[in-house]
Design a protein around this ligand. Structure first.
Ligand SMILES: NC(=O)c1ccc[n+]([C@@H]2O[C@H](COP(=O)([O-])OP(=O)(O)OC[C@H]3O[C@@H](n4cnc5c(N)ncnc54)[C@H](O)[C@@H]3O)[C@@H](O)[C@H]2O)c1
Length: 347
């Protein structure tokens, strides 16, 4: 069985990554695309062989054969489009962040529950073979008990007039909600921990738009570990390696370039004897690190689409749920408040 998809918002991420991923999915078929920019929709229809292109969500949702929609529009459009899709009884895979605020994301979840449709959230980096491997190694105790973590995710995002992401009313926030959200989610997912208390500095160092261009978040996790997330819109793309780092009582796992839209990167592992005595020399050997071999299992967007389609076919809970999306957004929202108030916040 194949799930028949409609795509709402077929510009940016949908065109670049998710629709190409959908083409690779064995249990999915692209039927219709919609964008308020009709020319863009028409172009995507031609390129990927969809049956229909529309300029309104209502028209797309009238196509009876569509089982599910993927919503990849600017964040301020999400709630209204989820409502229309849920009322049309279509299952929904919704891009992150779910809504402009946690309150809106909870409402979105409620709308889907009320209408009996499944809701999945586009935190697709969980599907990366690199992140799955790190999760496996950590859950097998290879680096011992996790005591410290870091997630860095940045891009160069200078001021551009009229861009929705640079207007807080349309995006809900800047570097932290747009990019940091993936790093926060991955740190928790890979280490199987959850944030409990947070502190944050979030501000504009370089650009004048109404969202943060720099956010530094510190989290105390439920296992006692600490985690640091740095998300910036003001570091040149080539200047940051977008790192994920996990330090435990027996070693560490250090990833470079795995956080991003391409399933790629490098992971280094080192382990040592947890019963070793204190060494006053504190010598460090570069050679202690070895590269972790990764068996790539596909494309993370294909896996994201196939996984959600499977949840519909088998009537199971989507792998990445609304609760996951709401929890990570709660951390982001409280981080913005913590920065404003200069206080720690509980999550
Ligand atoms: N998971 C990821 O890796 C990832 C990466 C980038 C973006 N995103 C998320 O995807 C969503 C879209 O981001 P983007 O970067 O693709 O944005 P974008 O601005 O590049 O593209 C959005 C598209 O939506 C269209 N659009 C605007 N208003 C619309 C409406 N009311 N109805 C239908 N279409 C409309 C635009 O014409 C454009 O083609 C956001 O939620 C963003 O956070 C996720």
């Amino acid at each position: 069985m194949k799930i028949k998809w409609g795509v709402i918002g077929c510009g940016g991420i949908a065109l670049r990554r998710t629709i190409p991923g959908m083409m690779l999915s064995e249990n999915s078929e692209l039927v219709a695309v919609m964008d308020t920019n009709f020319e863009a929709a028409e172009k995507v229809k031609e390129e990927f062989g969809a049956k229909y292109a529309f300029s309104s969500a209502e028209e797309l949702l009238n196509v009876e054969e569509i089982d599910a929609v993927y919503i990849a529009t600017p964040v301020f459009c999400h709630k209204e489009q989820v409502k229309l899709a849920a009322e049309a009884k279509k299952h929904i895979l919704l891009e992150k962040p779910m809504g402009l605020t946690v309150e809106e994301s909870i409402e979105i979840d409620g709308i889907c529950k009320k209408n009996g449709v499944k809701l999945g959230v586009g935190l697709m980096m969980r599907f990366s073979s690199y992140h799955q491997k790190m999760k496996e190694l950590i859950s097998n105790g290879v680096i011992g008990d996790i005591v410290s973590m870091r997630g860095q995710f940045t891009c160069w995002y200078p001021e551009m007039p009229g861009v929705w992401r640079q207007d807080k009313k349309l995006s809900g926030g800047g570097a932290l909600i747009d990019m940091g959200i993936h790093a926060i989610d991955l740190l928790q997912y890979i280490s199987s921990t959850k944030a409990k208390t947070i502190a944050c500095f979030s501000n504009n160092n370089v650009f004048k738009y109404s969202v943060d261009d720099s956010s530094a978040l510190l989290m105390k996790m439920d296992n006692g570990a600490t985690a640091f997330v740095d998300a910036n819109f003001n570091i040149p793309d080539n200047a940051a390696k977008c790192r994920l780092e996990f330090y435990g009582t027996k070693g560490s796992l250090l990833a470079e370039g795995t956080l991003g839209q391409v399933e790629d990167g490098t992971i280094l592992l080192t382990t040592s004897d947890p019963d070793a005595a204190y060494d006053a020399q504190q010598n460090r050997e570069d050679k202690a690190f070895e590269k972790v071999e990764i068996t790539k299992t596909g494309n993370m967007y294909e896996k994201e689409i196939s996984s959600f389609a499977n949840a519909i076919i088998n009537d199971t809970t989507p792998e990445i749920t609304a609760e996951d999306g709401i929890f990570v957004q709660t951390i982001v929202e409280k981080a913005y408040l913590a920065s404003q108030d200069g206080e720690y916040k509980s999550v």
